[in-house]
Unconditional design. Structure first.
Ligand SMILES: CC1=C(CCC(=O)O)c2cc3nc(cc4[nH]c(cc5[nH]c(cc1n2)c(C)c5CCC(=O)O)c(CCC(=O)O)c4C)C(CCC(=O)O)=C3C
Ligand SMILES: [Fe+2]
Length: 374
């Protein structure tokens, strides 16, 4: 078995495919379960979605996100308004900077001497530029922490593609491995559970014990959900497991629902349902008086959380006469920050590669046009 450092897991493994599809993941090449070679210059890369920094960035950003995806123009214009409402600035960039600062401090406090870089798929700092910087800095191998905890094309495989695209653009640079899914990590779950407890406690005392718990995640097309993970439907499965664990810790024995938010795409294409707003109507019709929404599907309070939940869903709840609270995401909770370090340290120590690092070739495979380099 070759050493991890000998194996380029982002090399194109299926040259029989149309290369313009740019579908590459681990390609069936298992990263080895051996400790990192002594002396190798390594780094951690926080790889994220990216977001606009001002009004003039909004449309170019949205075009980056949706190129080749068949998203109707009206949807883009509606989403652009959400960004313009916040000055054209997505909160996600500051949130990533805060996460990186917290991870740097945590690594230093634990004696882990490793530089941390930041790159995005859809906006500066683009992952392609970060790859060049890492190569210039002499980095030989990079562990990639993606800001998504779950399986699916959008949440896992597309991040593998981003790495492959960055390496292709540079013609090499550091070798890389993506850290595994972390939806089931104690630190991630603890951060979400504490936030759910805080949100519950913020409700008026008379509805606190009866409020309906509602987990949310980004809706994805049914077709994407069907192929998520090695056996399919891993996105829903992982979300259900995480939501259950969060409820078990914060409000043991309480029932909860898992519903979807932020649907995109043309109406003719089926996406996961029900939408959170429709679900609130169902709950109100059934006589519920209060809800706590906890967006366990996301790792920070980015725009889709603060617009689609704090604005839209909150308004829906108000119209329905439901008391409403929204739980925070993991953000920079110390337990979540520690999880990042643990994921990194496990792989450096030679832990077995798990899903998200070592994905079967067909895992989360959705045939779609390549996203050209930015
Ligand atoms: C599963 C999933 C996650 C969670 C995993 C992860 O975090 O990676 C996620 C996160 C995010 N999605 C985000 C923003 C957008 N997503 C869009 C569109 C889409 N998302 C999809 C899925 C997901 N998205 C899909 C299947 C599409 C259709 C287009 C396509 O097939 O690719 C669009 C286009 C406009 C629209 O139609 O909404 C925007 C602007 C932001 C940034 C928010 C900010 O700026 O703070 C974040 C973190
Ligand atoms: Fe999205």
């Amino acid at each position: 078995m070759p050493l991890a450092s000998d194996v380029d897991i982002y090399a194109v493994q299926r040259p029989d495919e149309d290369p313009s599809l740019a579908v590459r993941n681990n390609g069936g090449t298992a990263p080895s379960a051996r400790p990192a070679p002594a002396g190798r210059r390594e780094a951690l890369l926080v790889l994220s979605f990216g977001g606009p920094e001002g009004h003039e960035d909004v449309m170019p950003f949205l075009e980056n996100v949706t190129r080749g995806r068949g998203i109707p123009r009206e949807r883009l214009e509606a989403v652009a308004e959400h960004y313009h409402h916040f000055g054209g600035v997505s909160p996600i960039n500051d949130q990533n900077k805060a996460l990186i600062a917290a991870v740097e401090a945590d690594l230093a406090a634990h004696g882990v001497d490793l530089p941390v870089y930041w790159g995005n798929r859809n906006w500066a700092p683009y992952v392609e530029d970060t790859w060049r910087k890492m190569a210039d800095d002499g980095i030989e191998h990079v562990y990639v922490f993606a800001t998504s905890a779950y399986a699916s094309f959008s949440g896992c495989r597309q991040y593998h593609e981003d790495i492959a695209r960055a390496r292709a653009a540079l013609g090499g640079g550091p070798t890389a491995e993506k850290l595994p899914h972390y939806f089931d990590r104690p630190g991630f779950l603890q951060a979400n559970a504490e936030a759910l407890a805080v949100a519950l406690a913020s409700l008026p005392a008379d509805v606190r014990d009866t409020a309906r718990l509602v987990a949310t995640a980004h809706s994805i097309p049914d077709a994407m959900a069907a192929v998520a993970g090695p056996q399919g439907h891993a996105y829903e499965g992982e979300l259900m497991a995480a939501a259950q664990a969060v409820v078990d810790a914060a409000a043991p024995g309480r029932p909860f629902d898992l519903v979807w938010q932020s649907r995109s795409g043309p109406p003719s294409v089926p996406w996961l349902e029900p939408d959170v707003n429709d679900h609130l109507k169902t709950l109100a019709a059934a006589g519920e008086t209060a809800v706590v929404v906890f967006p366990v599907g996301f790792v920070s309070d980015h725009l889709e959380v603060i617009w689609d939940l704090d604005n839209e869903a909150e308004q829906t709840a108000r119209d329905l006469g439901l008391a409403f609270a929204r739980a925070a995401t993991a953000g920079t909770h110390p337990a979540f920050v520690a999880t990042v370090r643990e994921l990194l340290e496990e792989r450096r120590a030679g832990a077995e590669a798990r899903l998200g690092t070592d994905c079967p070739a067909s895992c989360c495979f959705v045939q779609r046009p390549a996203r050209p380099a930015a």
